[in-house]
Design a protein around this ligand. Structure first.
Ligand code: GUN
Ligand code: FE
Length: 433
């Protein structure tokens, strides 16, 4: 793959690299480099010339609930625990029907593609057949992903409450099957959150994590009522986060915990030591009245973070909306406390590309154009604004900023996954569920 255009990426948190009239070259699935002049041995190779269009890394969503896509934008007047009971669990129960799940997951993947998210880490539901369908479809469509069957055996409606032995058996089976049959989609252990999983189930999952070297995803410190519930269920644990660690559910550099709105100093310490990736979901945190997470404080304390959608806590699948929310949330915190640093655009891009893309649970890193990174690429070109951009001499950074704040999926002219043009998934099948 050789693409020519205005290449923009964020190799470090606050550094936007801009290379105009340049070539992005991939050997197979991996980036070889960005060049102002094409290397001599590539002369005569076909070049796709995108003019001065922006060529950026595709987005990576570190935390999304695939089944909840059907609820995106619905039920936003409730807080977390009643929202789970009244809105989320009834929808997830529908995924016992495999045909329903297949339709829903095709629609989910098609929308991810439209929004330029080509790698993701997702919760499925407790249903193994439906979760396998999501994994199989994502792999066939050309995404790279980590997907987990949700485990829950307490505080769940009868339609979703699992027998712990069966839950563990199905989890192990799916993890093995993914290894054998899928090229680009892996399994991630997915205890829903502490209130949903008994000690017995968490211990069993921890043993599977150890046995197979699995990555783990869950939730932590999202909402005050949730945190009180965890404290009442585990009065002897030092904190919410420590419960995961006590059960072997915090493998070093292979754990993603969503939210972390209310992390205590001892939890920040634990997360830093275990190299946990915190999925910051500012839009969800506002929608569910959870709080405003101190993102820059957490980053500056040495905890790795990414910006994520948390659909359907978040109501948009596309990451630009969440990047803008992360910047706004950090500014609102700064208004209250000037010692807090506001997030900028370059860092927001980093948090939606390289930070989640290089999570060690993936087989290879993505989200940057450094050599060896997976060549997942978006071409961004706004026909709506081209003429005025030329008139005003807009810079590449300004055009990127506008795409993030007020762009549309129609501004994405092309997508490449692993160095190959990625067509719309399941395009022949109509609009789906
Ligand atoms: N905590 C446990 N389950 C969920 C979920 O589905 N969404 C969010 N936002 N938080 C959770
Ligand atoms: Fe979530």
């Amino acid at each position: 793959m050789i693409l020519k255009g205005t290449v923009v990426w964020a190799p470090e948190p606050a550094r936007l690299e801009v290379s105009e009239a340049s070539y992005l070259v991939a050997d197979g699935a991996a980036v070889r480099g960005v060049y102002r002049e094409l290397p001599a041995e590539l002369a005569g190779e076909p070049v796709e010339d995108w003019g001065d269009a922006l060529i950026v890394p595709a987005f990576v969503d570190a935390h999304v609930h695939a089944p909840q896509y059907l609820n995106a934008g619905i039920g936003m007047d409730e807080e977390l625990l009643p929202w789970l009971e009244r809105r989320t669990f009834p929808l997830e129960a529908r995924f016992a029907d495999a045909a329903f799940a297949s339709r829903a997951y095709r629609a989910f993947l098609r929308e991810l593609w439209r929004q330029g998210t080509l790698r993701f880490v997702a919760f499925g539901t407790v249903h193994a057949p439906a979760t396998w369908e999501l994994m199989r479809l994502a792999d066939a469509a050309g995404f790279t992903a980590l997907v987990g069957k949700v485990n829950m055996d307490r505080n769940a409606p009868a339609s979703l409450a699992e027998d712990p032995a069966r839950s563990l058996g199905e989890t192990e089976e799916l993890a093995l099957r993914a290894r054998e049959e899928l090229a680009h989609v892996g399994f991630i252990a997915t205890p829903r959150f502490v209130p949903s999983t008994t000690d017995r189930l968490m211990d069993g999952l921890g043993a599977l994590v150890e046995k197979y070297g699995l990555p783990v995803q869950s939730h932590v410190d999202e909402n005050r009522s949730e945190i009180e519930l965890v404290a009442s269920l585990h009065p002897k644990s030092e904190s919410y986060a420590h419960v995961y660690e006590e059960h072997g559910l915090m493998p070093r550099a292979r754990t993603i915990l969503a939210h972390g709105v209310w992390l205590k100093p001892s939890e920040i310490d634990l997360l830093r030591r275990r190299e946990v990736l915190v999925a910051h979901c500012p839009q969800s945190n506002a929608n569910l009245t959870s709080g405003v997470m101190p993102l820059t404080r957490t980053l500056d304390a040495g905890v790795a973070c990414a910006v994520a959608s948390d659909v359907a806590g978040g109501s948009n699948l596309g990451l630009p909306a969440h990047m803008a929310c992360a910047v706004r949330a950090s500014k609102l915190r700064r208004v209250r406390d000037e010692s807090e640093r506001a997030l900028g655009l370059a860092e927001a891009l980093y948090l939606a590309t390289k930070a989640p893309g290089s999570f060690a649970g993936f087989a290879d890193p993505s989200g940057s154009f450094e050599p060896g990174y997976r060549a997942d690429v978006l071409v961004i070109e706004s026909a709506r604004t081209r003429e005025l951009d030329e008139l005003l001499g807009r810079t590449p950074a300004e055009r990127l900023e506008r795409f993030v704040y007020s762009g549309e999926s129609a501004d994405i002219a092309a997508r490449y996954a692993g160095g190959e043009r990625m067509p719309e998934p399941f395009a022949q099948e109509g609009s789906g569920a």
